[in-house]
Design a protein around this ligand. Structure first.
Ligand SMILES: [Zn+2]
Length: 255
């Protein structure tokens, strides 16, 4: 088989997964564990495909969500505040149920509920965010000391090893699609969190133009667009305000 053709013919940066969409999400303690449960399903589970053009929306929004959660929630789901839960639920309403890990399916079997374990969601999000920080250090030559790997002055070689270790746990399956001729296939992920990690994997495969941007004003991750590739959405909105303030400061320092 000609591998060049293989890569050309298949959308290697396009991932699919089955997504549950609900109109409402809330936290619920089931069997002494905190779950986020979806109610009022909008439709049946459906196969969603994330193409190259929209490939970073899921990823960037999850990275941003992680930054907005209370510090130290990794490994400590009891630290999640009401505001954290609200943020997670808001994300779910916008994008769908993020986690469908098999362990969480127990509540479906036992109680007929659709949801995911808050602790495993936070831990998987932490794993993706760790990859993102490593990617920033290795690929963007990050100098921001808020980045753990920059602050601890960990070498690029070591960071590459860490990144490889995290990425090797990526779980993508090939699902043949015989509905078209010649047959093609989907790169199937278990859920949206896995799609986000796969998208980050392809950011690492990219050699020049990355899709995830790091805002020059506040350092937040955002999906790069042709029109805007330096500022996140929030800073884009306050751009003129900030430049006016800067001018004012310059003026007052001149006087
Ligand atoms: Zn910003």
């Amino acid at each position: 088989m000609n591998t060049d053709l293989f890569v050309d013919a298949h959308p290697t940066q396009c991932f699919s997964c089955i997504v549950n969409n609900c109109s409402e999400y809330k936290s619920e303690v089931i069997d002494n564990q905190l779950f986020i449960v979806g109610t009022k399903p909008k439709e049946d589970k459906k196969l969603c495909t994330f193409k190259r053009t929209d490939r970073t929306n899921i990823l960037s929004s999850l990275l941003l969500l992680y930054e907005q959660l209370t510090d130290g929630v990794y490994g400590h789901p009891e630290k999640l505040t009401g505001a954290d839960i609200e943020r997670i639920c808001k994300w779910c309403i916008a994008y769908g149920m993020p986690a469908e890990a098999s362990g969480d399916a127990d509540i479906w079997m036992k109680y007929g509920k659709v949801g995911f374990l808050a602790s495993s969601f936070v831990n998987r999000l932490h794993d993706i965010y760790t990859c993102y920080l490593l990617w920033r250090k290795v690929y963007l030559h990050d100098t921001d000391i808020r980045n753990f790997y920059v602050e601890k002055n960990i070498s690029d070689e070591q960071c590459i090893e860490f990144l490889k270790f995290h990425m090797m746990q990526l779980n993508i399956k090939l699902a043949p699609d015989f509905s078209v001729s010649p047959p093609t296939f989907f790169l199937m992920c278990d859920d949206l969190l896995e799609v986000a990690k796969a998208q980050l994997f392809f950011e690492c495969m990219s050699t020049d133009s990355y899709s995830v941007g790091v805002c020059v004003a506040c350092g937040a991750p955002f999906p790069k667009k042709r029109k805007n590739n330096t500022l996140c959405e929030a800073c884009q909105k306050t751009k003129y305000q900030r430049s006016r303030e800067k001018q004012r400061m310059l003026k007052s320092s001149e006087q």
